[in-house]
Write a protein that binds this ligand. Structure first.
Ligand SMILES: [Zn+2]
Length: 134
């Protein structure tokens, strides 16, 4: 797991530092099956971080239970992610990527239940797992 602040540039580095499932989602824009994700935990400061580069993406306080089977957040940390128009699969969606390493994280929907109105529907494999690290 990469925890330093260097920007990873090279696909070989991503491959080396990520599991094959993480690589498929983060770098090849895959989607994990709903309800397949393991429990994810925020780090000690309460942030969910990019599994590819360690960038803090979401605050634990923004997480809510959406019932979709994917971890969902009603807002991202300022400047942490980029939202890009995604017209793949004949759908008009907004793709969310890490602002630091451009890795795919999931999609942003405008039907969130909280006052932000946003629902960041993320893949759990895109987050570092702090339960297993020290
Ligand atoms: Zn990243």
């Amino acid at each position: 797991m990469n925890t330093n602040n260097n920007i990873l540039q090279n696909e070989d580095d991503f491959k080396k530092n990520l599991t094959s499932e993480q690589y498929q989602v983060l770098r090849q824009k895959g989607t994990e099956a709903p309800f397949s994700g393991k429990l994810i935990h925020p780090d000690k400061d309460g942030f969910y971080r990019c599994a590819a580069c360690g960038n803090a993406l979401f605050s634990a306080s923004a997480k809510f239970e959406s019932g979709t089977g994917w971890p969902s957040f009603d807002d991202a940390l300022p400047g942490a992610v980029k939202n890009i128009e995604d017209n793949s699969h004949d759908m008009s969606r907004v793709e969310t990527v890490c602002a630091k390493c451009n890795s795919h994280l999931g999609h942003l929907f405008e039907d969130g239940p909280t006052k932000t109105g946003k629902r960041y529907c993320m893949n759990s494999v895109c987050f570092e797992d702090f339960e297993d690290s020290n």
